[in-house]
Design a protein around this ligand. Structure first.
Ligand code: NI
Length: 172
């Protein structure tokens, strides 16, 4: 397992649409392990493949509490089949937008179809934090970031801040 460097805002890679995984083979399982390792190291509770620069429709999530046994979950080619009308609000953050948090409103429950790490099709009806996390990560696969769900004023401020930081880093 390898910890990979994270892709950070405003890298244009984050705006690209990821491609479906054609076959769940050892290469894909290795990628899932690298993604989990990178997520645990950060640390974070969710990571999409694009965040380590791999344009594949794949994400990992672990919502276990600190100190409890790990509960890694791998979602390949996830697809939202249904979303509830009722909504919930969570304060979200993103490993590609470090140290920035904002409240985001999303459907409270989603039904998601996906392939697990063995290539077996699964369907989950998710609510609570898992519902929010799945929607946040699936957005990544479509080039969408959580800051796209906040006010334009706040979004522009965040993008400006990160663009400036990237430019400073580049000149040093
Ligand atoms: Ni994210």
């Amino acid at each position: 397992m390898t910890i990979k460097p994270l892709i950070i805002l405003p890298d244009p890679i984050l705006r690209q649409v990821s491609k479906p995984v054609e076959r769940v083979d050892s290469e894909i399982r290795k990628l899932a392990e690298d993604m989990l390792e990178t997520m645990y190291d950060a640390p974070g509770i969710g990571l999409a493949a694009v965040q380590i620069g791999v344009m594949r429709r794949m994400l990992v999530i672990d919502l276990s509490k600190e100190g409890d046994p790990k509960e890694p979950q791998v979602f390949i080619n996830p697809e939202i089949l249904a979303s509830s009308d009722d909504r919930s609000v969570y304060e979200e953050g993103c490993l590609s937008i470090p140290d920035y948090y904002a409240e985001v409103e999303r459907p409270a429950t989603v039904t998601v179809k996906y392939l697990d790490a063995n290539g077996v099709e699964q369907t989950v009806e998710a609510d609570g934090l898992l519902a929010t996390c799945l929607q946040h990560e699936i957005d990544h696969l479509n080039g969408v970031l959580f800051i796209d769900h906040i006010s334009r004023l706040k979004r522009d401020m965040v993008i400006k801040k990160f663009t400036k930081a990237a430019r400073t880093k580049a000149t040093i």
